[in-house]
Design a protein around this ligand. Structure first.
Ligand SMILES: Cc1ncc(COP(=O)(O)O)c(C=O)c1O
Length: 400
């Protein structure tokens, strides 16, 4: 006898809500932040520099520039790339709005191209179709942590002399052809929001090998000021604003947290891989649950476990699935409502819901199952029980 799912009147599998993601904080993080609090700097100081060096080393690039968030890091990349009015920047519609704001913040136009249905990242052929004389850049996103088609996208960029900004907000800790994600030209951005692979509460980081871009990013991050302009050596107070910069300075407190998290990156990846393996095994025989692919030449650090629910096989559509999981107190989420469905992109850039058929089809089935290092075996078991129970309930009802 199949238990009745909570959505159909049964008892919820859990009493408290399990989120889809979340941070892991131990005494190591607590001690690091308290130690930073007692230092001379509590805003951007030497701990931020150490954090930047550690990330640059991890990725294998010359420069890392820390900022207040993934969003502000992306903004700085758009400025450093000199995107502006009249420019078109091609990106994916299946992402968070900040990815496209690389273009919108600078006055450029975000141009969406459809996705590869397996990796759910930008399809290089679709990108080629969207290239015009005004195309200035590409902003591919490594969806859920799985790398985009980096080789092909770099080929497109070379063919048309485009600046590439990788939105790697989901993807720190993974590799592509043995090379760390983020190492690819021209710039890549990580987010350290609490649901991401490591956290600084809020925070972001740009990595690049380009000396000129790094200098520009650092200047823009901090007011675009020259603190010691030439010709004013005898006027030590003399600082000048050279352009429209920002205060996107991250603090030493956050950097201390980030350093402690980096110490645990391998542990986090191992736990995420373990949970994914348990899901793969459990759902292998459940009709209508499509797990994320892993391309041969990649070793992603999955930030999300985004599955697709095929209604005809599973027995209910994605909407019912989400509501049924919520009834069990399992906080699944959908990543993302595609950007061409949002009023901002429709009103400003003329997009409409019915464009990008591959994205729309994938979106109609997408659900992110809980995936984060602090999940217990009980938590994982309950997610599996909720998904398998829902499918078998539909299957047994269909028989009667
Ligand atoms: C793909 C993607 N890009 C950018 C961002 C923005 O990052 P942040 O929240 O650190 O500003 C997010 C985070 O939510 C994201 O998922």
């Amino acid at each position: 006898m199949t238990e009745t799912p909570a959505h159909y009147g049964g008892e919820p599998i859990r009493a408290d809500v399990l989120g889809y993601g979340g941070q892991s904080i131990t005494d190591a993080e607590r001690e690091a932040v308290v130690e930073a609090l007692d230092g001379d700097y509590i805003t951007r100081g030497p701990t931020v520099e150490r954090f930047e060096e550690r990330v640059a080393d991890l990725v294998g690039v010359d420069h890392a520039v820390a900022t207040t968030s993934g969003t502000t890091a992306l903004h700085l990349c758009g400025r450093a790339a000199d995107f502006g009015e009249g420019d078109e920047v091609i990106t994916t519609p299946l992402t968070f709005a900040s990815t496209a704001h690389v273009a919108s913040y600078t006055g450029a136009t975000p141009v969406f191209a459809d996705i590869d249905p397996k990796t759910r990242t930008l399809d290089p052929d679709a990108v080629r179709e969207r290239i015009t004389d005004d195309t200035a850049g590409l902003v591919p996103m490594h969806y859920a942590g799985h790398p985009a088609d980096i080789d092909e996208l770099l080929d497109v960029a070379d063919e048309h002399d485009l600046t590439v900004i990788w939105d790697a907000c989901h993807a720190i800790g993974g590799t592509y052809r043995g090379e760390p994600i983020g190492a690819q030209r021209d710039m890549a951005v990580f987010s350290f929001h609490p649901v991401k692979n490591i956290t600084t509460a809020e925070g972001g980081m740009i990595v690049t090998d380009d000396d000129h871009l790094a200098e520009r990013l650092r200047s823009l991050r901090s007011f675009e000021m020259d603190y010691a302009p030439a010709g004013h050596e005898d006027e030590p107070w003399f600082q000048v604003t050279e352009g429209l910069g920002y205060n996107y300075n991250i603090t030493d407190l956050q950097a201390a947290l980030g350093l402690a998290q980096l110490d645990r990156l391998d542990q986090f990846k191992a736990r995420r891989d373990e949970i994914l393996a348990q899901y793969r095994e459990a759902f292998a025989d459940v009709p209508g649950v499509e797990m994320p692919v892993v391309k041969d030449h990649t070793d992603p650090m999955f930030h999300l476990c985004a599955v697709e629910i095929h209604a005809d096989e599973f027995g209910c559509d994605r909407k019912t699935f989400v509501n049924a999981m919520h009834a069990e107190n399992i906080g699944v989420q959908v990543h993302y409502v595609p950007l061409h469905h949002h009023p901002y992109f429709q009103n400003e850039f003329g997009y409409s819901d019915d464009e990008f058929p591959v994205t729309n089809r994938v979106y109609s089935r997408l659900v992110s199952l809980p995936l984060f290092p602090e999940m217990t075996e009980t938590d994982v078991g309950q997610v599996i029980e909720a998904v398998t129970g829902l499918q078998s309930y539909h299957a047994s009802n269909a028989e009667h």
